[in-house]
Ligand binder design. Structure first.
Ligand code: GTP
Ligand code: MG
Length: 452
């Protein structure tokens, strides 16, 4: 569903990422490309405009423009903003009620409600280890109740026996007592497809809602309908208490607009994606993972690194010399972190210093975490050249900016600065041949606690 958007973003980013420096005009041009990409993906105009308005001031920050890898930081800003737009993080399904916990699925005709009811039942059975009962309230379309019944039979999910001619309010009441009798812990109510203009049908779901009091009311929306899906969500929200969207046909040719606009337009989060016709074709909607997918990057931090990794001989040599002299800058620390990763651990970095075998084995035992190395790298990349040369000038407001740029928080920046200070003190000691005391007592434990 996101391929087109991904391709467009990639086009825009490839020129931004390559640029060694960025001016306002280049950033503006990039943002125009992003806006265009969003609109072509059928994202609503409002959403596209707001998105650019949020990204722009951050991307034009002087510190970013002056930093050594401005393009990557702009990518990171776009990523963060996209995650926000998609709803920040997945909210787990609400099971907070006395069992049988009732949930219902509503939506336009043919959006995928009945199929999704069965998918969701299987998902909850597997992931929440609950016994589920499915109930069809679609007494209008011929054979609609049979459709759910046969899905139940095929997939071994309990369904409420059909009583010909019974109306939805009575079916609801019968379902609750049947679930109690059968020990079903969750009841999923599949409803008839309706249009918002059909007032009678809309008032019926209101009535059903008041009888069953669902913990979740999902709007099942077809992603192929693009912007319309988000508008539909807004309308349904005026009638019932929608708690989540399930976006179906995400496996099809949809352009992604529905997924991107949904939360902003309707203020209802997407909770699941339907990704095919089979029972197992449902996936939990994680905004961060979707943003990664849209921006065509497996992992943003790793991308930031990959694009900017420059472990030239020259750099390594300079760092080595600095270490021997006992002067250790943030730039050296960055080179070290990269080297560390490349060599698969901290030992490679230190191996050119004499007498460190004991330290090395301690470091191995401490199991320095790769992802922390990546994070630290992203933080240093968000610093200006001046800050890297002289970390002492990094005051409160700079810390905030660096945290923003690297997608971390001030506490993490503080930690890195402290860690850096300890490292440089340690290097000083080592360079003075003052290794004996160090190895006897070992590396300061705080240093490792921080690296872990
Ligand atoms: N490719 C794909 N097809 C889907 C998905 N979800 C549902 N479908 C298909 O969409 C068609 C309609 O699905 P239903 O579940 O019957 O839709 P409904 O909303 O219950 O329809 P009504 O009850 O008539 O309103 C079926 O052929 C499903 O297999 C999905 O995520 N991907
Ligand atoms: Mg149906």
């Amino acid at each position: 569903m996101f391929e087109n958007l991904t391709n467009k973003f990639e086009e825009v980013f490839s020129s931004l990422k390559k640029a060694p420096s960025l001016d306002e005009k280049q950033v503006d041009e990039g943002l125009r490309g992003i806006r265009q990409a969003l609109l072509e993906a059928d994202v609503t105009l409002d959403v596209a405009k707001q998105f650019i308005e949020n990204v722009k001031p951050k991307a034009l920050g002087q510190e970013i423009i002056r930093s050594t890898s401005p393009g990557q930081i702009v990518v990171k800003i776009v990523y963060d903003e996209l995650v926000k737009l998609l709803g920040e993080k997945n909210e787990d399904i609400n099971l907070n009620a006395v069992p049988p916990v009732p949930m219902m699925l509503v939506g336009l005709q043919g959006s995928g409600k009945t199929t999704t009811t069965a998918k969701l039942a299987k998902f909850l059975e597997k992931n929440k280890k609950k016994k589920i009962m499915m109930v069809s309230l679609d007494v209008y379309r011929p054979a609609a109740q049979e459709q759910l019944k046969s899905l139940g039979e095929q997939n071994n999910i309990l369904t409420l026996p059909i009583i010909e001619g019974q109306l939805p309010p009575d079916i609801c009441r019968r379902a609750i007592s049947a679930a109690n009798l059968n020990g079903a812990e969750i009841i999923l109510f599949d409803t008839a497809g309706r249009t918002q203009i059909d007032l009678q049908m809309m008032s019926e779901i209101k009535q059903i809602e008041s009888i069953i009091k669902p913990t979740e009311t999902f709007l099942v929306a077809d992603s192929l309908t693009g912007q319309v899906a988000a508008e539909v969500a807004k309308e349904f929200k005026n009638t019932v208490n929608l708690t989540g969207i399930i976006l179906t046909r995400a496996d099809g040719d949809a352009r992604g607009g529905a997924a991107v606009s949904m939360k902003y337009v309707s203020n209802v989060p997407i909770k699941f994606l339907g990704i095919g016709e089979k029972i197992e074709n449902i996936e939990v909607f994680h905004p961060d993972r979707i943003a990664n997918r849209i921006l065509g990057m497996g992992d943003i931090v790793s991308l930031v690194e990959k694009a900017s990794q420059d472990l030239s001989e020259e750099n390594l040599k300079k760092t080595e010399e600095n270490l021997k002299k006992g002067s250790f800058s943030m730039e050296d620390y960055l080179t070290q972190l990269r080297q560390m990763k490349k060599m698969g651990g901290i030992e490679g970095v230190m191996s050119f210093l004499p007498g460190v075998s004991k330290i090395k084995s301690q470091m191995d035992k401490a199991g320095v975490d790769e992802s922390i190395i990546s994070q630290n790298e992203a933080i240093i990349l968000s610093m200006t050249k001046k800050e890297r040369e002289n970390p002492k000038i990094i005051d409160g407001s700079r810390r905030k900016r660096i945290a923003n740029g690297s997608g971390t928080d001030v506490a993490t920046i503080n930690k890195l600065l402290k860690q850096f200070k300890m490292m440089s003190e340690m290097m000083k000691k080592m360079s003075k041949g003052n290794l004996k005391g160090m190895t006897d007592k070992g590396i300061p434990p705080e240093l490792f606690n921080q690296l872990k």
